[in-house]
Ligand binder design. Structure first.
Ligand code: NAD
Length: 252
């Protein structure tokens, strides 16, 4: 406990029931002040209040659609005004629209690429001048094992975007290493949350479970633990990497 005392963080899409909120909770538990940022209008307020009350840190709600440049820039400005610095950025926002590529509309392709990939670009572009000035920063971008496997029934846009996140991570890591900024990615396998079971048929999960070496489903806390390591000073000498957290579903 207290690994991130005095640090401040932004976690995008952190008001849902999955990885984002669990990451925000884990960073708050470790003493960081956290911006609870999400496209949802109301949920960031509830989550921020709960986390501030539980962990005694400052959690600030902010409605931010990561595909909207103005939203992202206002969020970063607010975080900087309130916290004085931004040490950690977790680009968690991501959506999938599983449709066969020959039926995929321009709108689906653009939306999925925008949320998963352009959102990470917008957030990095807004936060990096601050981190460069501080000569300190930790960024983690969310990829997925399907970037390697090609997916089970995931959409081509999602897989392209999650593979793109890995290239983007390496490119940014190269550019900012000299400013003492680490940029890494985490690739979850399955991190089960209640919404996923509504999105996919039971057979989908049974098929992917057969690949797990560790014979249980992943949970959001498994991913948050890996992200906590990467944003902590224990990972100071790690950059440009993509850490796969999939219970051995995919090994590379
Ligand atoms: N859950 C998994 O099994 C799994 C597997 C591989 C990769 N991932 C990746 O991990 C990340 C988190 O996934 P999760 O399923 O745990 O969901 P999550 O609970 O972390 O995120 C859901 C939240 O995202 C918000 N959101 C949606 N579009 C947004 C936008 N444009 N801007 C800001 N917020 C937006 C929603 O309002 C919701 O509150 C995603 O990038 C996902 O692609 C998840």
């Amino acid at each position: 406990m207290g690994k991130l005392k005095g640090k401040s963080a932004i976690v995008t899409a952190s008001a849902g029931a999955g990885i984002g909120q669990t990451v925000a909770r884990t960073l708050a538990r470790e003493g960081a002040n956290v911006v609870i940022s999400d496209a949802h209008a109301k949920r960031p307020y509830t989550v921020a209040e709960e986390l501030s009350g539980t962990y005694g840190v400052k959690c600030l709600p902010f409605r931010c659609d990561v595909t909207n440049r103005e939203d992202v820039e206002s969020m970063v400005e607010m975080a900087c005004d309130e916290f004085g610095r931004i040490d950690i950025l977790v680009n968690n926002a991501g959506i999938d629209r599983p449709e066969p590529v020959w039926e995929m509309s321009d709108e689906t392709w653009n939306l999925v690429m925008d949320v998963n990939l352009k959102g990470a670009f917008y957030c990095c572009r807004a936060v990096l001048p601050i981190m460069i000035k501080q000569r300190y920063g930790k960024i983690v971008n969310l990829s997925s094992v399907v970037a390697w496997t090609g997916g089970e029934e995931d959409g081509a846009a999602y897989i392209a975007a999650k593979a793109g996140i890995q290239g983007f991570t390496r490119a940014v890591a190269h550019q900012v290493g000299k400013y003492n900024i680490n940029v890494n990615a985490v690739a979850p396998g399955l991190a089960f949350n209640p919404f996923l079971s509504k999105l996919r048929p039971r057979e989908y999960f049974e098929k992917i479970r057969s690949n797990f070496v560790i014979k249980r489903d992943g949970i959001p806390q498994d991913i948050a633990n890996a992200i906590l390591f990467l944003v902590s000073d224990d990972a100071d000498y790690i950059t440009g990497e993509c850490l796969c957290v999939s219970g051995g579903w995919f090994m590379h």
